[in-house]
Design a protein around this ligand. Structure first.
Ligand SMILES: *Cc1c(COP(=O)(O)O)cnc(C)c1O
Length: 389
């Protein structure tokens, strides 16, 4: 690797746009390899990024068998994937947009719609990119805190969207909290928005919530309105393809699709991801089985955390958001020494909260054991000593 030191002090600093200079660097967390090297642990349990521990359908590896033959050409399977997505979604109005991860679509939305000074409303704690991408374009973001019970604060949201607004964007179920907005609540909130704003519902965790009868079809609710909207989905979570970077958006109409299309990099999704996405959609039972296993595990882990005496948000996704008596940064660091990666929350007001992804039963057991060691070192030591005696 080239060292920074060689060039430090020689390259003159060119100021970037002030909106960018003020942004924090995105914290994507540590990789398994980095943790192994830095903390000297042999086994690493990665529960920081809400990936699917069971991986994608076996039909993905079948479909990628002769992928090398497709590598010389620019990616041409995007229409194929869009057709598969349409089939999966059932009859829809609107159009489908593909992204190199739905993160890229979030960025394209900000680039296409947010001008300096535009008001953007979201929630806090939040998925960082909902805020960062808007701020990068000069947007003024108002993030509405969740309630004491870690639910959407609907009164505060109604008030926030009753002023002039360019973009309302939030995840349902929310990340990192995991709370759900019901259909009636969504309908009411949409009704409070000015007619000329874009409403974006990020459904990255939809598959984990859709068995719940109160989980709404945001598409159906939004499509009943004469206003612009987008619903975001991803293959990164329930479909187990986070490494490939493929997500999609459904738009209200071709005007929104065209605006996004103008800021889209040509060939923004690659042929491997396109083919894998098609294969994943052709094996829904695999996805549904992994979701069922994860939801079951989530409830056992929730019970175990309650027993430890922690405050836990009411998650209907593939993670739990919980509060401990020590700072989230210290907790995450102590867990890294035990070989466990979780996501410490750093947003103001939530620095004693952390998010843990639901892993396999074995991974969750390792997380629990490490958490007990870290939170109650003396009681664990006493138990060990009692056992040894
Ligand atoms: C994980 C996640 C995404 C997915 O991002 P990809 O770029 O598709 O991997 C989008 N939104 C939220 C809220 C997420 O948590």
């Amino acid at each position: 690797m080239l060292s920074d030191a060689a060039s430090a002090g020689k390259v003159r600093v060119l100021a970037c746009r002030p909106e960018i200079a003020e942004l924090p660097l995105y914290n994507a967390g540590l990789s398994t390899e980095a943790v192994r090297a830095r903390y000297g642990v042999s086994e690493v349990t990665k529960l920081g990024s809400n990936e699917n521990p069971y991986g994608p359908s076996p039909s993905v590896s079948m479909a990628l068998g002769d992928i090398v033959s497709r590598l010389p050409l620019y990616p041409e399977a995007d229409q194929l994937l869009k057709a598969e997505i349409s089939r999966y979604l059932g009859a829809i109005s609107g159009q489908i947009i593909l992204g190199n991860g739905s993160e890229q679509i979030i960025r394209m939305i900000a680039e296409a719609y947010v001008s300096p000074g535009d008001r953007v409303v979201t929630v806090i704690p939040s998925f960082g990119l909902h805020i960062i991408t808007a701020e990068a374009m000069g947007g003024i973001v108002e993030a509405v805190p969740v309630t004491q019970d870690c639910e959407f604060d609907l009164d505060a949201l109604h008030e926030a969207v009753s002023k002039p607004l360019k973009l309302l964007i939030f995840a349902n179920p929310s990340n990192p909290v995991g709370c759900m907005m019901t259909g009636q609540q969504l309908k009411d909130l949409v009704g409070s928005c000015p007619p000329d704003c874009l409403i974006v519902v990020d459904e990255a965790y939809r598959e984990y919530a859709e068995h719940d009868p109160s989980y709404p079809s945001a598409r159906a609710i939004l499509a009943a309105q004469q206003r612009p909207w987008m619903v975001l989905r991803t293959f990164s979570k329930a479909f187990g393809l986070a490494g490939l970077r493929i997500g999609y958006g459904i738009t209200s109409d071709s005007a929104v699709a065209d605006a996004i299309g103008k800021v889209r990099d040509p060939f923004n999704t690659n042929v491997v991801a396109q083919i894998a996405g098609c294969a994943a959609l052709n094996d829904l039972p695999h996805m549904e089985n992994t979701v069922r296993a994860t939801v079951e595990e989530r409830e056992s882990l929730r019970n175990a955390l309650v027993e430890i005496g922690l405050k836990i948000a009411p998650s209907c996704a593939n993670f739990l958001f919980f509060e401990t008596s020590i700072s989230s940064g210290n907790l995450a660091e102590a867990l890294l020494h035990e070989g466990v990666i979780i996501k410490p929350w750093k947003e103001p007001g939530y620095t004693s909260w952390s998010r843990v992804s639901i892993g396999t039963p074995e991974e969750n057991a390792r997380f629990l054991a490490a958490l007990r060691t870290v939170l109650h070192p003396s009681s664990v030591r006493e138990a060990q000593e009692a056992q040894e005696a």
